[in-house]
Design a protein around this ligand. Structure first.
Ligand code: ADP
Ligand code: ZN
Length: 754
């Protein structure tokens, strides 16, 4: 079929050409190729411009990657661009190059890489109205409906509960994300008069810096000074280099960043500071804003129009410091001098959906492209990073001691095997030592943090007579008992069910709760300390709008005595009156089938311990464990990063895991187990004979089934760069293997192996 070419597109060579007429466009599709379009008269475009095109009858947004005067394609086939959007917000060439590198190193398409680079800002300007749902039925009726729907319409029940818990109009995208549901449940609820769909103009959700947060300008100690000088010198020389700033918690790393930023600004250069999403709090922002009032804060809660405004300020050079989570790496700052990644070991710097890039890796790439310096900061650098520092690829800077008044806390390891037998049988929640310490500290009106990285009441509901536990019907995992809600919940697919009256296998009526979650911990603490004011911070209690700030605010004002939480409370909190930190179980992460289990445990223990003794008073940390001899626990207790690294490196060397290799993970998921298996069998064939490449699997994934999809995976260890390139060449397009019944995902440097 030939399509008629509109007259004005007729490219007769004797017509004077007004600039380049053909553009290459990358579309946000999992397709590796780009597409050629023609510019209609009156429109001009440059690489980096966003455009709208017609693609097989669909209107899609895309980004221009190249322009040219000619094309090899038959002219009649080339469709015109529909529109060029917001040319004042187009992507600078360096970011286009960065996206190209991202596509190459993570095996995604250019369009997908660009989509991450240029968030959805330029689509609409001005105020935008977004669809929300809110309660239409009276509240008590809705509460009843949650229960009624549970039996036959589980997804609707979940949606309704989420809206009730949120306590106000909730965006539909949030509803779907939180409950892992499609459009149909909320639509049905609207149809039945329980919810109502409303359009609400988006609010400007600026993250206001905490006003009380003034970053005092301290006299730097000699370690800090050395670090500032080393980094500044290279920024001044326009030279790319990566530094590792290794400093114990409270050693004044942030102060070092602030000082370097001052110098960078004095040189009329710009900087980007990345912090983990969880640390992007008014407190953090306040520390930067008090020294740099023009700071641009970029976070995931920003509305499109606010993000667009921040982008423009950066593009125009009105803001020269950008602070944000992972994606702030792509902030279009002018004359980039420095990128800081604080807490470089945090897993949230790796994106867990396509494109699966790691912000650390991409920061270094951007530093290379723009001749900027990269500073990675951490108290517990990853093995990859410390490995590179030791080999001289990164330059190591060390802050060996706490900077201000705070001293490192005293850490006690409490061996739970020595608790009384009766207590053991019930499962020890708080050891005798921890109880005594808590009592003492609460009497002194100090505050206590209790950390447990597991939400719910108990992770398993077990039948003591036949040993069966309640499993999710769609996933191969135990369901967690949530007693407050009175439901068993699958933490993988969010489905829920009522507690069975008896064991479905042997009809025993006394199922019991095995293991401890934060909910049970809270109950136990209240039993022991009825006078104390106890609060809990985990994904369940933080579902309500503004809950985070409210609880932390109360804690700061000392309206809360004991704060219980998951990893939400492990990082960054700086409260001077916390003198006791209890790690209820150091063992929760130790037995996870992941080569980083020990590393993650060490990092977490070290971070949690760092919350104690930040003020003038001395702090104590109690780590409860059944494995006191484990090297990760032992090293964390001694604050001995070096000895941990030494042992861990020896283990990695024997097993050939990173930093002694680079990993690729290929995951296949499908309704039929045999499909998933077969796709991987094909994909691994060319790898099996490759030099310096080792394939583990294909094998069933640890969680063998999620939402009725069977999961198989393989791990590919690449022992040098050439091997990595070869392996990527062979499976870089593995997603193309995916069929309608089976989804294939490639993950480079995967952060999860489950
Ligand atoms: P980190 O980021 O390494 O955890 P911070 O930068 O938050 O450490 O510093 C910890 C505390 O020490 C802060 O209260 C900070 O104000 C203080 N501090 C930093 N540098 C100095 C210094 N040179 N002298 C005195 N106090 C300092
Ligand atoms: Zn499930």
């Amino acid at each position: 079929m030939t399509e008629a070419v509109p007259e004005q597109l007729d490219p007769r060579p004797n017509k004077p050409a007004a600039g380049p007429r053909f553009v290459q466009v990358a579309l946000k599709l999992p397709l590796r190729r780009e597409f050629t379009y023609v510019l209609p008269p009156g429109l001009t475009a440059q690489p980096g411009n966003r455009v709208r095109v017609n693609f097989h009858g669909r209107k899609l947004g895309g980004v221009v990657t190249a322009v040219s005067d000619t094309t090899d394609l038959p002219i009649a086939k080339v469709k015109p661009i529909e529109d060029v959007l917001d040319s004042d917000l187009s992507l600078p060439p360096s970011l286009l190059e960065l996206a190209r590198r991202m596509a190459d190193s993570y095996g995604c398409s250019m369009g997908e890489a660009l989509d991450a680079t240029l968030p959805s800002i330029a689509k609409r300007r001005g105020q935008r109205r977004i669809p929300h749902v809110e309660l239409l039925a009276p509240r008590d009726l809705a509460v009843l409906a949650v229960d009624e729907l549970e039996e036959k319409h589980q997804a609707q029940s979940r949606v309704l509960r989420a809206v009730l818990e949120f306590g106000g109009p909730m965006t539909i995208s949030d509803v779907k994300r939180r409950t892992k549901t499609s459009d149909s449940p909320w639509k049905t609820l609207c149809k039945n008069g329980i919810l109502k769909r409303v359009m609400i103009a988006e609010e400007l959700e600026e993250l206001k810096p905490a006003i009380e947060e003034r970053a005092e300008r301290h006299v730097l100690n000699k370690h800090q000074e050395k670090a500032v000088d080393a980094v500044t010198k290279l920024v001044e020389a326009n030279e790319h280099r990566t530094f590792l700033l290794h400093g114990v918690t409270g050693s004044g790393k942030t102060e070092v960043y602030l000082r370097i930023l001052e110098k960078v600004q004095a040189m009329k250069k710009s900087a980007i500071v990345l912090v983990p999403e969880i640390s992007l709090t008014p407190q953090t922002v306040g520390r930067f804003a008090s020294r740099f009032p023009d700071v641009a804060v970029l976070h995931s809660g920003l509305t499109d129009s606010e993000r667009a405004r921040q982008w423009q300020r950066l593009l125009q050079g009105k803001a020269t410091v950008a602070v944000g989570a992972r994606s702030a790496l792509f902030a279009p700052v002018r004359n980039l001098g420095l990128i800081v990644i604080d807490e470089e070991h945090e897993t949230s710097f790796k994106q867990d959906s396509t494109p699966r890039y790691h912000a650390r890796q991409m920061a270094i790439e951007r530093g290379q492209i723009e001749n900027a310096v990269v500073v990675l900061g951490s108290a517990t650098p990853t093995l990859e990073t410390i490995g590179k520092a030791r080999r001289g690829i990164f330059e190591l800077l060390t802050l060996p001691e706490r900077a201000g008044a705070g001293r490192l806390p005293k850490i006690l390891v409490q061996d739970l095997r020595t608790e009384p037998k009766e207590a053991q049988r019930e499962g020890v929640v708080l050891s005798r030592t921890l109880l005594v310490m808590m009592e003492e500290r609460l009497k002194a009106r100090d505050q206590v943090l209790l950390f447990l990285n597991r939400r719910g009441y108990s992770p398993v509901l077990l039948c003591p007579s036949c040993g069966e536990s309640v499993q999710c019907e769609q996933c191969s995992v135990s369901m967690t008992w949530h007693s407050r809600r009175g439901r068993l919940v699958c933490h993988w697919c969010c489905s829920e069910k009522r507690r069975p009256e008896m064991c479905t296998t042997c009809e025993n009526e006394r199922m019991f709760e095995l293991g401890v979650g934060t909910e049970r911990l809270e109950e136990v603490v209240r039993e022991h300390f009825p006078e104390a004011i106890v609060a809990r911070m985990d994904a369940d209690t933080m579902a309500e709008r503004g809950a985070h700030e409210r609880v932390l605010g109360s804690f700061r004002k000392k309206h809360i005595d004991v704060l219980i939480g998951t990893q939400m409370i492990a990082k960054g909190l700086d409260f001077p009156d916390v003198t006791l930190v209890g790690v209820v179980s150091a063992d929760t992460g130790l037995f996870v089938p992941d080569y980083r289990a020990a590393e993650r445990t060490f990092q977490l223990l070290h971070q949690v311990a760092g919350r104690a003794g930040r003020g003038d008073k001395a702090g104590t940390v109690i780590i409860q464990t059944y494995c006191p001899d484990n090297y990760a626990v032992e090293a964390a207790a001694k604050n001995d990063y070096d000895s941990f690294v030494q042992q861990e490196l020896a283990f990695r060397k024997i097993t050939g895991y990173p930093p002694f290799s680079r990993l690729l993970r290929v995951l296949a998921e499908g309704r039929q187990e045999s499909d998933a298996q077969e796709i991987l069998r094909q994909a691994c064939e060319p790898l099996n004979t490759m030099k310096n490449v080792e394939v583990l699997g294909p094998a069933p994934a640890v969680i063998t089934k999620v939402k009725d999809n069977w999961r198989w995976h393989m791990l590919v260890k690449c022992f040098d760069q050439a091997a990595f390139d070869r392996a990527m060449g062979a499976i870089g397009t593995v997603e193309d293997l995916g069929t309608r019944t089976c989804r294939v995902t490639l993950d480079v440097d995967p952060s999860s192996l489950m």
